[in-house]
Design a protein around this ligand. Structure first.
Ligand SMILES: C[S@@+](CC[C@H](N)C(=O)[O-])C[C@H]1O[C@@H](n2cnc3c(N)ncnc32)[C@H](O)[C@@H]1O
Length: 290
């Protein structure tokens, strides 16, 4: 398999765009990724994976194959910018979500918003489950919560936890515009306090679905409280479980990366839930309470 200039530059572009979005990504990591990309773009995508970019045709076909031979030669798709644009062009994003995304784009922290394909998956899960009672931890300007609220039936209910009043103002404006304000119970304050108050209020085992997308170091604490609040068969989705790929790089050991890595490991060992780690956006793990 030949590695050509076109595919190398795609990989390089991806490295640069990751760096632009994530200033905390250490230059050492980026430099190593770049060096690997130009000569052998194999180690860039994951620790266990290889990325082979075919240039024998005009189409780039980047795939990942596990290093462990016991997985055979199973090829898994690796998303390039072109492929990601294609995925986005296949998302049915409601007009109101698009408007919110475009308004948020110029705001500080806009990179925190879930991607349209992630929001669509969250909405799909809510619909598949017929969820009625939901919780979101980390609202920001409301993109994911609005996607969830739109997917809920008229009698559906979403507790939306956020500590930042300014971004909540944007979210509330869009709940109004979208006609879902009656479904959303906005809780301004620390999410842990809100979750504790729901438990104290006797709401244990009464929620169907929860989405966690706030302070990453708090994931385990949020998860434990949500395990109390969600019914058996209910679902808890955690965002950013791949943390820009840093969880799979043994050279990266900053506090946030280590806490996400530890959280992922604990989920792996937690037989109270069935789990599925999905490489969408920055990675989401879907947990179903047994
Ligand atoms: C990644 S953003 C959420 C993005 C949102 N899900 C979306 O798709 O637009 C994380 C949000 O969590 C909020 N947050 C962080 N720590 C929090 C806490 N302890 N309690 C409540 N909100 C918190 C931040 O203010 C921020 O708006």
């Amino acid at each position: 398999m030949r590695i050509g200039t076109a595919s190398s530059s795609l990989v390089l572009n991806r490295c640069f765009s990751i760096f632009a979005r994530e200033p905390s990504l250490s230059t050492a990591v980026v430099r190593r990724s770049l060096a690997i990309s130009t000569t052998r773009p194999t180690a860039f995508t994951s620790v266990r994976g290889k990325c082979w970019c075919s240039t024998t045709t005009t189409t780039t076909r980047p795939v990942v194959v596990a290093d462990d031979k016991n997985y055979g030669d199973k090829q898994v798709i690796s998303v390039t910018p072109a492929l990601y644009n294609y995925i986005l062009s296949n998302v049915r994003e409601p007009q109101i979500l698009r408007q919110l995304r475009e308004e948020t784009a110029s705001m500080r922290g806009s990179q925190m918003q879930v991607s349209p394909d992630q929001a669509q998956l969250l909405a799909m899960l809510v619909q598949i489950m017929g969820a009625q009672r939901c919780i979101e931890v980390g609202v920001y300007t409301g993109y994911s919560s609005l996607a969830i609220a739109l997917a809920l039936s008229e009698s559906g209910y979403l507790v939306a936890c956020e500590r930042d009043a300014k971004s909540l103002d944007v979210a509330k404006k869009y709940y109004e515009l979208a006609g879902v304000v009656h479904k959303v119970d906005v809780r301004h304050g620390l999410a842990a306090d809100t979750l504790k108050s729901l438990i104290l209020n006797g709401e244990a085992c009464s929620y169907d679905f929860a989405f966690v997308d706030a302070e990453k170091k708090m994931n385990q604490e949020y998860f434990e409280m949500l395990m109390q609040l969600v019914r058996t068969g209910g679902v808890i989705v955690i965002d950013n479980v791949l943390w820009h790929g840093k969880v799979a790089d043994p050279m990266v050991n900053d506090t946030k990366t280590v806490s996400i890595r530890n959280f992922n490991q604990r989920l792996m060992e937690d037989d109270r839930v069935s789990i599925s780690m999905v490489p969408i956006g920055d990675g989401m793990t879907i947990c179903r309470k047994r």
